[in-house]
Design a protein around this ligand. Structure first.
Ligand SMILES: Nc1ncnc2c1ncn2[C@@H]1O[C@H](COP(=O)(O)O)[C@@H](O)[C@H]1O
Length: 206
């Protein structure tokens, strides 16, 4: 891991392995996949072919984009079908979760968290902890579809107010409401290294 801003070629998307209850979350997954493909970027994701993970991947593939799935062996039959995995441009099967997360980090130039569950939360929070420790400066986005991440933002602000978030200038995830604004915001962040109009830097307000 290095501390530098990199040109954006690939985006890692963390999201639910299930569809959730709000249909707009699945729609957002498909729309983000389409946007990634139409912007000439590739998708790095956890290889799941179900839920929102599957929607993002099919959104990229159906618009001609490239998809890399990175999945631990023990999850293949739980989160994917072997047939669907065969349709990905690149499939990396790792021995464990730890290697999966590292490979996803290394292959991605930016990170987006769509709505998801505990796995999604764990993954984006780990990326934030690495940023906090100065291990990378890759853009991080919370895709706030229908306000999904508002409780997370409240928690981050609460932790900051209580004096537990250190080096907050290193941890500036963007909170973006509309899927179509995500890729442009990441590109702008990459060029300028700061969050700008249309983005809400979460922690630097305090
Ligand atoms: N501890 C974990 N580390 C990395 N990835 C994880 C972990 N637990 C679950 N995951 C994966 O995250 C996605 C999404 O999970 P949801 O719980 O549906 O949000 C999935 O691939 C999990 O395997």
């Amino acid at each position: 891991m290095t501390d530098q801003t990199v040109p954006i070629r690939s985006i890692c998307v963390y999201c639910g392995s299930r569809p959730g209850r709000d249909p707009s979350h699945i729609e957002a997954g498909r729309a983000l996949g389409k946007s990634i493909a139409e912007n000439g970027l590739s998708l790095v994701y956890g290889g799941g072919t179900k839920g929102i993970m599957g929607a993002v991947a099919s959104g990229v593939m159906s618009h001609g984009g490239k998809v890399t799935g990175i999945i631990p062996e023990f999850l293949v039959d739980m989160e994917a079908t072997r047939h669907s995995l065969g349709e990905l441009d690149e499939l990396i099967v790792t021995p464990d979760m730890h290697e999966r997360k590292h490979r996803m980090f290394e292959r991605a130039d930016a990170f987006v968290a769509l709505p998801g569950g505990i796995g999604t939360l764990e993954e984006i929070v780990e990326i934030m902890t690495w940023a906090q420790l100065g291990r990378h400066r890759k853009p991080m986005v919370f895709a706030n579809i229908n306000g999904f991440w508002n409780p997370m933002m409240d928690l981050l602000l609460h932790m900051t107010e209580q004096g537990f978030v250190h080096t907050s200038h290193l941890v500036q995830p963007m909170l973006i409401d509309r899927v179509e604004d995500i890729v442009p915001a990441i590109r702008k962040h990459s060029v300028e290294g700061v969050s700008r109009e249309g983005e809400k830097a979460v922690i630097d307000k305090l």
